[in-house]
Structure formats: structure tokens, C-alpha cells
Design a protein around this ligand. Structure first.
Ligand SMILES: [Fe+2]
Ligand SMILES: [Fe+2]
Length: 377
């Protein structure tokens, strides 16, 4: 998408309407020779009437990708690859330029076989992962080891040493990584370090983080005050999340745009779990069709169960378990659970914390057509 050159609002006072002339073209050339330009030549493009995303709604189908992800485990060792990840690329020029699935979000699918490890390292980019299949996997974050199973959500906040693996008696595991690498590279703040040893020695009892901070509304008293800028709860268990969604569904009507939706939060502050990326899990009732809205910020979804479709920018995108899709900034979207009997679950992560901390998170409902988009194809 690009600026609409024929937008009638560009005729308004305060917008650029300067016509080229011989004198002006000569003047522009002189400016260019001095590494300058006339702002009015570009103003309407760089200050559009509303956000214009360079990213396209894109779907990554798990049944098409799973075999390729498993194949990567046969072709490359994780200690050689560093991180054996198949990167999800947005179907746009911007996606290729920034190695981005959408906006400031990078994502990929990582596979680990029993007994394998990813060497310990740290980076400025924050990371999170959503376990898609398998079991008996673990992540170690600054000496805290947390075990991981299907549909768990786990944090590796920026600057923390981390390594991953699957126990010898575990199952081959596939997870979706989500990082803010495009943001860190745009800010030119990306540092990367490797740990002096292949793996960290765990300093605490296994799962000390969820055992200390995983109970709703309860914070341990006999621990050091938590002063780190991210959540002390490093893993959010699926069984807890699912139970919380069903409870929420008994408490009220939920969101017209998202059904029943929960935010993974820092239990100490109630804020986002990390500073640059947030995440949600939502549940759609059988047959539910949400209303359309749009907002700034970019979102990557992963169907955690069930089936349905989303209408994004006027087009229908079907999804089933573990299909991944994105909604770029300021694009209309609504979700449909096509099952008549079963709930549908959508995990998602986003760059909302960045938008909110910069005071540029904006949201609006679609008012026309009873809140539903007209399909364009
Ligand atoms: Fe990492
Ligand atoms: Fe939304």
C-alpha cells in the first residue's frame, strides 16, 4: 500500500500542493547537491492521513510447514545453526527487508529433538515462545529452568542468558518463537553475546518461577523484591490459561472484537510481561463472529485449537490448529469460529507495549454494515 496520490483531502490548506516549474526543478537540484531536499516534495507521503502499513496479511499453514520444520532437524544440528529456526516472512517487500512477519515482529518455527540443546546466549531483542507440539522441553532463563508443554507461553526477556532443550525422555518439540528483532535493528540497538559455557548451570529448583508466581493474585512474601523490568513468571501454563478463559466466559459477554480474551501479564505490576512485546490468549464460542475493529500495532496469531477464519482487510483467511497469520497495523479485522460445537482458541503476540509507551496506540470499531467488513474477494 502507498499514499493515495488522488486523496481529495490533499487539496486542503496545510497539505503540499506545489506544482513543479523549471525554476523549482533547478532549485531542487541545488538542494540535492547539498544533501537537502524540500519538505513539501515528500510531506504528503511521509505524513499520510492515517497509518499505511507496508505489510500484507499473510497466513502460514502448519500442515504445509511441519514436514519442512522436521526436515531441518535432520539436515542441521542446533549447535551448528545456533538457533535452528525456520523464519516466517511477511509476503511483502517490507517483510523481506526487515526479516519480519509483520511490523516490528520476527517469528519462526524451532524444532528440538530429545537430548538436543540450543547453546546459551543473550541478545538485546526480547523473545517469547509458544509451544505448538511435543513435551519434556525446557528453557533456562538467567539460571531459572522452566519446563514446557503444549500451548505453554514462555518468556526470555531482553538481556537474559537463555538456552533451550528437550530432556532425553521428552518428545520432539516444535514451538513458535516471537522476537522484536526488526524493532531492535531499526533502533540500531541489537547486541548479541554467547555464554562462556554451552549451557547455563541452573541456580534454582526446576520450575521455581511458576511455582512461586503462578498462583492467581498471590505473590510470595519470602523472596527478594522483584525489581527487574519484566515478569518474574517466566512460563504461563496452558491448563491455567484455559481454565481462566472458561471462567471468564461465565463472568460476562467478553469483547465484541475478540471474544473472551486474556492478556499475559506481569503478576507483580499487572502490566505487560515484557517491555516491547505483549501476548494474549482468546477464546471464541462455537459459531461466534466478532465485530470488526482496527488499531495501531501489529499482531501475530497462532491457532491454539479449533478452526475458523478471520476477515482481514476485507479478505477471508481460514485457519485451523497451529496455522499462523498476521494482522498489520490499522487494518480492519474480525474473527469467526466456524465450529458449531467447539470453542476456538487464538494465541497472539503483538508490539502493543511499544505503541502504548510511545502514546501511539489508537483503536476504532467499524460502524457501518453492523460492524462487519464487506468482503472484497
Ligand atoms: Fe535467543
Ligand atoms: Fe484487534
Amino acid at each position: 500500500m502507498s499514499h493515495n496520490k488522488s486523496d481529495p483531502r490533499d487539496k486542503l490548506r496545510g497539505r503540499s500542493n506545489v506544482k513543479d516549474s523549471k525554476e523549482l526543478l533547478e532549485f531542487y537540484k541545488k538542494l540535492e547537491d547539498k544533501s537537502t531536499t524540500a519538505f513539501w516534495r515528500r510531506a504528503n507521503d511521509i505524513e499520510p492521513w492515517e497509518p499505511i502499513t507496508r505489510y500484507k496479511p499473510t497466513v502460514w499453514r502448519y500442515e504445509e510447514l511441519r514436514d519442512l520444520v522436521l526436515q531441518s532437524a535432520e539436515l542441521v544440528k542446533p549447535e551448528e545453526a545456533g538457533r535452528r529456526v525456520i523464519v516466517l516472512m511477511n509476503n511483502s517487500d517490507a517483510g523481506r527487508e526487515h526479516t519480519s512477519c509483520v511490523g516490528w515482529l520476527f517469528s519462526g518455527l524451532q524444532v528440538m529433538k530429545p537430548g538436543e540443546i540450543t547453546p546459551a546466549h543473550k541478545h538485546t531483542a526480547s523473545a517469547q515462545r509458544f509451544i505448538m507440539e511435543g513435551g519434556g522441553a525446557y528453557t533456562v532463563v538467567d539460571g531459572h529452568q522452566v519446563t514446557l508443554n503444549k500451548n505453554d507461553y514462555v518468556l526470555t526477556p531482553n538481556g537474559c542468558w537463555h538456552d533451550h532443550g528437550v530432556f532425553e525422555d521428552g518428545q520432539i518439540s516444535i514451538w513458535q518463537d516471537g522476537l522484536d528483532i526488526p524493532l531492535m535493528n531499526s533502533l540500531e540497538t541489537n547486541f548479541y553475546s554467547v555464554y562462556p559455557e554451552e549451557t547455563q548451570k541452573t541456580k534454582y529448583n526446576t520450575d521455581d518461577s511458576p511455582m512461586s508466581y503462578g498462583a492467581p493474585g498471590l505473590i510470595p512474601v519470602e523472596r527478594e523484591p522483584w525489581d527487574k523490568p519484566y515478569s518474574p513468571l517466566l512460563v504461563y501454563r496452558w491448563e491455567d490459561t484455559k481454565k481462566a478463559l472458561y471462567n471468564l466466559s461465565k463472568a460476562g459477554d467478553g469483547s465484541p472484537f475478540d471474544g473472551y480474551i486474556l492478556r499475559y501479564s506481569n503478576p507483580v505490576t499487572g502490566g505487560w510481561a515484557m517491555n516491547t512485546m505483549g501476548a494474549h490468549m482468546q477464546m471464541l464460542n462455537p459459531g461466534q463472529h466478532t465485530k470488526a475493529h482496527r488499531h495501531t500495532g501489529n499482531v501475530m496469531y497462532n491457532c491454539a485449537g479449533g478452526e475458523g477464519y478471520s476477515i482481514i482487510g476485507g479478505q477471508k483467511y481460514h485457519w485451523q490448529e497451529h496455522d499462523i497469520f498476521c494482522v498489520p497495523s490499522w487494518v480492519w479485522h474480525e474473527h469467526v469460529n466456524t465450529s458449531k460445537s467447539d470453542e476456538a482458541f487464538l494465541y497472539s503476540f503483538n508490539d502493543f507495549p511499544v505503541m502504548e509507551s510511545l502514546c501511539v496506540y489508537f483503536e476504532e470499531p467499524l460502524d457501518e454494515n453492523k460492524g462487519h467488513q464487506k468482503l472484497t474477494s
